[in-house]
Design a protein around this ligand. Structure first.
Ligand SMILES: CC(C)(COP(=O)(O)OP(=O)(O)OC[C@H]1O[C@@H](n2cnc3c(N)ncnc32)[C@H](O)[C@@H]1OP(=O)(O)O)[C@@H](O)C(=O)NCCC(=O)NCCS
Length: 247
């Protein structure tokens, strides 16, 4: 305890919790009111995936979907770790504890097939947080990752996208999408671990968008599919097992 340098009229003051919340509530000034326009991605098997921004009231369904994966039996391919970290980030978003976070979801019918989140450091830099798909082998993970980058550059107007990778499957997406590293350890990603892998607005426009057109989807989403996606439910099954082909 430090004694005040001059007399203070009382020796304690009460604070209203609402005043404290002013300090704890994260700012969302940079993302508020800038909604990702929903789009449709059709997989090679003909599955129609709606990518759209999650509503805060859908957070509990997203958390319910992620929770079963927070278990050592899903350590394979880093699902356990990524699920635990994404769970915490979605909960922090729900409870206003993460600055300028946004959440993109992929929905098949009314079933959640994946979650992709990011946040803005400031108006120039977007920080990629996590990518998690419950339905593999259809490049839904890649299409969702492109959707969250698209939101950052095209709707929110950032100049750089900063990612880092925890899993080989995540790294693979960054490698395909021409991410390069910032000097390490001078630059560090807030998720820790490996270096910052980044792309600029120029790389996004001139290289990634033209090359990955087929994963960028189409707009508008037919109204019936969009409405169905709002009846959001957790996945009925987790299709995340990959069996390697024998050489
Ligand atoms: C990262 C992630 C989102 C990528 O999703 P995705 O783009 O849909 O890709 P998948 O996970 O389905 O992996 C498909 C790849 O597996 C490999 N693969 C699939 N079947 C295979 C087989 N039988 N033998 C060998 N390789 C195989 C191929 O490289 C395939 O890519 P291709 O479709 O381009 O050929 C997803 O793997 C995921 O959610 N992982 C867990 C969380 C995570 O690691 N997130 C990233 C953190 S950095």
């Amino acid at each position: 305890m430090v004694k005040p340098p001059i007399p203070i009229s009382v020796d304690h003051l009460k604070f209203r919790i609402e005043y404290i919340e002013n300090y704890l509530h994260s700012s969302e000034a940079l993302v508020a009111g800038k909604e990702f326009p929903p789009k449709l991605f059709v997989t090679k098997n003909g599955e129609k995936i709606v990518f759209r921004q999650a509503k805060r009231e859908e957070a509990k369904i997203i958390l319910q979907a992620i929770k079963p994966l927070i278990d050592h039996k899903y350590d394979k391919d880093l699902y356990h770790l990524v699920a635990a970290r994404t769970y915490a980030e979605i909960l922090a978003w729900l409870q206003h504890r993460y600055k300028d976070e946004y959440v993109i979801i992929g929905v098949h019918g009314n079933e959640l097939v994946g979650v992709w989140n990011a946040r803005l450091w400031d108006e120039n830099i977007a920080i990629s947080l996590h990518s998690l798909t419950f339905k593999r082998l259809a490049r839904i993970g890649l299409a969702g990752y492109l959707a969250k980058i698209e939101h950052a550059f095209d709707i929110l107007g950032v100049k750089e996208w900063w990612a880092t990778f925890e899993s080989p499957f995540g790294f693979r997406m960054g490698f395909y999408l021409r991410h390069i590293t910032k000097p390490y350890p001078e630059y560090q990603h807030e998720l820790g671990g490996s270096p910052v892998f980044y792309i600029t607005k120029d790389v996004w426009e001139s290289l990634i968008k033209p090359q990955y057109k087929e994963y960028l989807g189409t707009r508008p989403v037919p109204e019936d599919l969009l409405q169905e996606s709002y009846k959001l439910q957790p996945p009925s099954k987790y299709e995340i097992e990959i069996t390697p082909t024998k050489k």
